[in-house]
Ligand binder design. Structure first.
Ligand SMILES: NC(=O)c1ccc[n+]([C@@H]2O[C@H](COP(=O)([O-])OP(=O)(O)OC[C@H]3O[C@@H](n4cnc5c(N)ncnc54)[C@H](O)[C@@H]3O)[C@@H](O)[C@H]2O)c1
Length: 385
């Protein structure tokens, strides 16, 4: 009997752009004779990217990021001849050893996520390193002070407009909305939803809930952004009113202490609080847990929901302990395959550009070249026809 298809198969087959790119790279072999060291989440979507690079002839030496390594993905990669230095760990020391092990192999190119690998390479330079890619803005910020030492092409994926609108705006909004449904199994119709932060992620979140028949309010500290939200048709009440009226509060600002214990008097009975920002510091859940006005906490452990009971009889719920809700709780799926397919195709094309020496040291920590954005956009649209 045939083996049942796995989630890795489903994701791999859903990444249509990467599949088409892999077919091309298999012919053109831009990475023949080169090795690529990677430090990015080891989960099914990245497996699709790594298999694309391998199709292009690369020898791969991989590790993951803290806490996100999926054993089934590691097994899959090893079965396909990829060298993996990674275990599922929350221990930064153990993780640092895996990162060191990748760089110790002296890969010709690096695919970094958060600047971990390039930071090591800046300290311990080696001659054959051509450059590579950095996935995040925080990685770029971290590496900028090392620019002189690095002096090699490093293309920053998050600075591509495609990444901004395909992932941050559209995918995060859909994914947070899906997470609300997945965690709670509650409806959104007629609910009052308050979104904190109207950047790329907040715009998508506000829109996803509005499209699901909620009345959405937006709170943003920037009046220009608030005006934009107003002109986009969202309600922009004062912060206090926005909390008082909310059945659902979603934070997506990137900043700490957006909803704190000082807001306990405002939170509506039955409200649901969730965070989509990168760090679990936007909703001060730790302060709720120890606050004297909280008389009891129900913990729905399997569902990753906490219900806080206040002494005046109100109660409210927090999803995923205030961690990014779309990567928490039961069966977290993260952002849509299509958004990652686009972002990872940018990755593959940028690495191809560096491998072919199509960019020089002047391109250290710069956005994706515009012609790569155009090529990837056209390829996606062609497949969507
Ligand atoms: N969950 C995911 O999958 C995912 C994916 C991508 C990014 N993110 C994270 O989402 C967060 C937001 O990203 P973004 O790209 O939208 O950022 P952004 O900088 O475009 O927008 C943030 C907005 O929050 C506003 N803001 C700041 N402080 C505020 C406050 N105290 N109250 C109200 N509004 C405030 C800012 O004025 C800005 O408009 C970041 O932490 C980012 O890392 C999450």
């Amino acid at each position: 009997m045939e083996e049942p298809a796995t989630r890795i198969d489903w994701i791999g087959n859903s990444c249509r752009l990467l599949k088409a790119t892999a077919a091309e790279l298999k012919r053109t072999r831009p990475f023949a004779g080169l090795s690529i060291g990677t430090g990015i989440h080891l989960e099914p979507k990245t497996a699709a990217l790594l298999m694309t690079l391998r199709a292009g002839g690369a020898r791969l030496i991989c590790t993951g990021n803290l806490n996100s390594t999926q054993p089934a993905t590691v097994e899959f990669l090893r079965a396909h001849g990829v060298t993996v230095f990674a275990t599922q760990t929350t221990d930064p020391v153990a993780h640092a050893k895996s990162l060191e092990a990748v760089v110790a192999e002296k890969p010709d190119l690096l695919l970094d996520n958060g600047g971990d690998l390039f930071a090591i390479a800046a300290d311990k330079p080696y001659a054959n390193l051509l450059g590579g890619t950095e996935e995040t803005t925080s990685g770029r910020t971290r590496l900028l002070p090392m620019r002189e030492k690095l002096a090699m092409p490093i293309l920053v994926i998050n600075d591509s407009p495609i990444k901004q609108f395909a992932e941050n705006r559209h995918a995060v909004g859909q994914s947070l909305f899906e997470s609300y449904m997945r965690f709670t199994n509650r409806s959104t119709n007629g609910k009052r939803v308050t979104v904190f932060g109207y950047g790329a992620c907040g715009k998508g979140t506000a829109t996803a809930f509005r499209n699901a028949f909620s009345t959405v309010s937006v709170v943003d500290i920037d009046p220009v952004t608030r005006l934009e939200a107003h002109l986009d048709g969202f309600v922009t009440p004062l912060r206090e009113q926005a909390i008082r009226s909310a059945d659902v509060i979603a934070t997506v600002t990137g900043f700490p202490n957006i909803v704190t214990a000082a807001d306990l008097t405002l939170i509506k009975d039955g409200a649901i609080l969730m965070n989509g920002g990168h760090f679990p510091h936007e909703i001060d859940v730790a302060a709720f847990r120890s606050h004297p006005d909280i008389v009891d906490i129900d913990r729905y452990e399997a569902d990753d929901i906490e219900t806080f009971h206040l002494k005046d009889g109100r109660s409210f719920h927090v999803l995923g302990g205030g961690h990014m809700a779309n990567l928490a709780g039961p069966r977290p799926l993260g952002n849509s395959v299509e958004s990652m397919d686009l972002g990872f195709t940018l990755q593959a094309r940028c690495l191809e550009r560096v491998a072919k020496r199509g960019v020089g040291a002047e391109s250290c920590l710069v956005p994706v070249p515009a012609d790569i954005d155009a090529m990837v956009a056209s390829a996606y649209l062609d497949l969507a026809r």
